[in-house]
Design a protein around this ligand. Structure first.
Ligand code: S3P
Length: 222
C-alpha cells in the first residue's frame, strides 16, 4: 500500500477519534490543540445583549485560555463604571480607551477577547481586532438583543427617552461593520451560552476540516 494511502487512513482515523472525543469530553482538548497551532485569540464582537461576556466565560473554561474583556479593562483603568465614564468623561474618552486597550492586547498572549458592542466604530480598531485573531460575531434578532441588553440598566447608550428606537438605529448602523470583520458569524437567539461556545469551537474544527484558514470569511448559515 502506498505510503500516502496509509497516511490518509491514519489522518481519517485520528479525525473520527477526535470527533467522538469532542462529544464525550467536556474539555474539548483537541480544539485547544487546533487553536494552539494557529497561535490566535478568539475575539468576540457583536451588539449589546449578544452574550459576549457569558460566552467568553464558557470559552475560557472550555479552552483554559485567559479571558480579557475590554469593558472591564476600561473600568479598571478609570476606576469607574462604564455609565460614569460616559456621563463624566464623555463617549469619546471611552472610545479612545477602547483603542488603547486593543493596542495593549495586540502583543498579548493567545486569549479569549470580549469586546464592547461599539468597538467596531473606529476604523483603527478594525485592524487591531483582525490582528488579534479569529473574529467571531455573535448576533441575534433585534428583539432578543434588546431584551437582554435592557435587563441590566447599565448600558449608557440606552439611557435615553426611547431606548428601543435608539437600540434599533444603533444596531442598523453597525451591522455592516460587524459583517466586515467577522470571520465567523453565529446566531445566538436560540442557544445557551455554552452551546454558542461549542458552536464556535466546532467552527474551528470545520475550518480545519475544509482546510480553510479561520481568518477567511465564513458565512455559513448553520
Ligand atoms: C457599548 C456596549 C457596551 C459598553 C458600552 C458601549 C456600545 O458593552 O462597551 O456601554 O457602544 O454598544 P456590551 O456590548 O458588552 O454591552
Amino acid at each position: 500500500m502506498p505510503c500516502s494511502i496509509l497516511l490518509d487512513a491514519k489522518i481519517t482515523l485520528t479525525f473520527y477519534q477526535a470527533v467522538s472525543l469532542r462529544d464525550a469530553a467536556a474539555t474539548c482538548s483537541w480544539h485547544i490543540e487546533l487553536m494552539t497551532q494557529r497561535s490566535q485569540s478568539i475575539v468576540l464582537i457583536g451588539m449589546m445583549g449578544a452574550g459576549k461576556s457569558a460566552v467568553g466565560l464558557c470559552l475560557k473554561s472550555r479552552t483554559g485560555f485567559p479571558q480579557f474583556d475590554t469593558d472591564e479593562m476600561i473600568r479598571s483603568k478609570f476606576r469607574m463604571s462604564i455609565s460614569d465614564i460616559f456621563s463624566k468623561l464623555g463617549e469619546d474618552k471611552f472610545r479612545e480607551a477602547e483603542t488603547e486597550v486593543l493596542q495593549k492586547l495586540s502583543s498579548a498572549q493567545r486569549a479569549i477577547i470580549v469586546t464592547g458592542g461599539g468597538i467596531v466604530l473606529r476604523k483603527e480598531n478594525l485592524e487591531l481586532l483582525k490582528k488579534l485573531g479569529a473574529v467571531v460575531w455573535l448576533e441575534a434578532d433585534v428583539a432578543t438583543l434588546f431584551k437582554r441588553a435592557a435587563q441590566t440598566g447599565d448600558r449608557p447608550l440606552l439611557h435615553c427617552k426611547n431606548p428601543r428606537e435608539a437600540f434599533t438605529k444603533t444596531l442598523r448602523a453597525r451591522l455592516s461593520l460587524y459583517a466586515k470583520i467577522a470571520d465567523i458569524r453565529l446566531d445566538t437567539s436560540a442557544l445557551t451560552d455554552d452551546e454558542v461556545a461549542l458552536a464556535i469551537l466546532s467552527r474551528f474544527k470545520k475550518s480545519r476540516g475544509n482546510q480553510h484558514s479561520v481568518q477567511s470569511n465564513d458565512y455559513d448559515d448553520d
